[in-house]
Design a protein around this ligand. Structure first.
Ligand SMILES: NC(=O)c1ccc[n+]([C@@H]2O[C@H](COP(=O)([O-])OP(=O)(O)OC[C@H]3O[C@@H](n4cnc5c(N)ncnc54)[C@H](OP(=O)(O)O)[C@@H]3O)[C@@H](O)[C@H]2O)c1
Length: 271
């Protein structure tokens, strides 16, 4: 892995850093992390990372710069690092929601390749789904970004106007599916499982169900048909869930999350 800095290493930055280590590509020689406060830097150091609060030092010592601050912190950060960025040397990747490639390169005051990535916290265990977009970056820059995030799970390249939907399905989606697993475990407790059995059982069932799809090109209903016998237990449960609005709740939740994400992050007209 090329020398990489993660600038603003909070929740997602740390997940990415952990994933690089887990994948075997990252180590303390090629990965440097930054945060603002001493406390956050110490937390990262305690996890065994090479962490500093000096963005300039981190950028100077890296070729790939992954920006992972919040959207509200992005303007100040870009202003403060623009003199450290060398378009000949650095490839800038941003996980920041709602800030376009054009806005980032404009604020860094240079013509350069900027790539947006939308991973999720499962990057920490190399199981992220990462959406990648750019606005005319070179093939080598795009390949570099894809190679990097392929080591943290699956990747897909999308047009930049799909990054808000990607935020909802890829990043928020982790929470949606975790809530579904929690609900299954709560049902499990009511039918007799102890809580410390119900959660791992529900989580492994969800992982298996997901793997049935990722290991084939089957539609979910093809797999559902295999466990659904006429007048049986599965269809009885499924139909009650649907009458109670299971699919509808997920769809409506995703639409509401999309509307909210557009409201918060959809104002960058350069997307
Ligand atoms: N969380 C997710 O699942 C996820 C997934 C995909 C994308 N994203 C996007 O990733 C971005 C970050 O989200 P997050 O949840 O990781 O936020 P977060 O936990 O608040 O992390 C932000 C980090 O940036 C640091 N920071 C702020 N300004 C800085 C500066 N000038 N120099 C160096 N470090 C600075 C903060 O340091 P201090 O702690 O010292 O203040 C903090 O460690 C957001 O745009 C979000 O939409 C998040």
């Amino acid at each position: 892995m090329k020398k990489t800095s993660i600038i603003g290493c909070g929740n997602i930055g740390t997940a990415i850093a952990k994933g690089f280590i887990k994948s075997g590509r990252g180590n303390s020689d090629n990965l440097i992390l930054t945060a603002r406060s001493e406390n956050s830097v110490k937390k990262l150091s305690d996890l065994g990372f090479n962490a500093v609060n000096d963005n300039h030092h981190a950028i100077k010592n890296s070729e790939i710069v992954i920006i992972a601050v919040t959207p509200q912190q992005m303007d100040d950060l870009l202003i403060s690092i623009k003199d450290s960025i060398d378009p000949e040397k650095h490839l800038v990747l941003s996980v920041v929601s709602g800030v376009s490639c054009a806005t980032i390169s404009e604020k860094l005051c240079c013509e350069m390749d900027v790539i947006r990535v939308m991973p999720n916290t499962a990057a920490a265990i190399c199981e992220s789904m990462t959406c990648i977009s750019h606005d005319g970056a070179s093939e080598s820059s795009v390949s570099e970004a894809v190679r990097l995030f392929d080591s943290l799970g699956e990747t897909i390249i999308l047009p930049e106007n799909m990054m808000v939907p990607a935020t909802v399905l890829c990043a928020c989606g982790t929470a949606f599916f975790l809530r579904a697993i929690r609900a299954a475990s709560q049902g499990g407790i009511e039918i007799g499982f102890h809580p410390d059995q119900a959660i791992p059982i529900a989580a492994q069932v969800a992982k298996g169900a997901s793997a049935l799809l990722t290991s084939s090109e089957n539609h979910p209903e093809t797999e559902i048909d295999k466990v659904t016998t006429p007048r049986g237990s599965t269809i009885t449960g499924l139909n009650v869930m649907e009458h109670q609005g299971f699919s509808s709740a997920m769809i409506q939740g995703i639409l509401a999350s999309f509307r909210k994400t557009m409201e918060i992050y959809g104002s960058d007209k350069k997307k």
